[in-house]
Ligand binder design. Structure first.
Ligand SMILES: [Zn+2]
Length: 215
């Protein structure tokens, strides 16, 4: 919960959200747990117009940078980067550091968000956009929402990444839909390029280790 948000009383929009969330949960029980998205979520804040060529350029550069880990003892296919939505200034980029830091929550996105917030001296990344080489898992997407990011742009899909290791199959868009916080989610962008991180021979060796019972 954000510090600035009063716990009570509930305002009208929050009541409406809780009602719709309750209805969605009820509906999901009758449809095999599958919920169809009603439509795109408009961002309430001031994100710049989407520029597909710029998204593609940033994603390729992020994937190339993330690929540098392939020659290290801890190769990872997950990298994330935070840009100012309007000025395009890069604030922070980071890779998954779960093994490096023995921190199961240090996914690329959470890692980048933590470092970005620390750099700003703020818990809020409102006004910023996050790029990530893979669609955020529910933990990372929830963190992106709590951080107030304007927009999240991803490369490989959650479904594609699940072919290589464990995954929690709740889409980033679904996490947004179940919240009352606005965030635009765009992707996949440069999916095939990002997937080369997963199929890299050094990454494949690492995945075998990750997926073995003793690692
Ligand atoms: Zn994650």
């Amino acid at each position: 919960m954000r510090q600035s948000e009063p716990a009570l009383p509930l305002d009208a929009s929050r009541r409406a959200f809780l009602r719709s969330a309750s209805l969605a949960a009820t509906a999901s029980m009758f449809s095999g747990g599958h919920i169809t998205l009603a439509g795109p979520h408009p961002a309430a804040n001031t994100a710049s117009p989407v520029e597909p060529a710029l998204d593609a350029k940033r994603m390729r550069e992020l994937a190339a940078w993330t690929g540098l880990t392939m020659q290290t003892p801890n190769p990872v296919p997950y990298g994330a980067e935070v840009f100012h939505s309007k000025t395009g200034e890069r604030l922070m980029r980071a890779t998954n550091a779960v093994r490096k830091e023995n921190d199961p929550s240090a996914h690329g996105e959470v890692h980048a968000i933590r470092l970005a917030c620390s750099k700003l001296g703020s818990y809020s990344l409102s006004g910023y956009t996050l790029y990530t080489t893979c669609e955020p898992c529910p933990m990372c997407m929830a963190c992106a929402l709590w951080a107030g990011l304007d927009r999240v742009v991803y490369g490989a899909t959650l479904a594609a990444s699940a072919r290589f290791g464990h995954q929690i199959m709740i889409s980033a868009a679904e996490v947004v839909k179940r919240s009352d916080i606005s965030c635009v989610v765009d992707g996949p962008v440069e999916r095939d390029f990002c997937l080369t991180l997963f199929t890299n021979p050094n990454m494949q060796k690492a995945f075998k280790k990750w997926n073995s019972p003793k690692h």
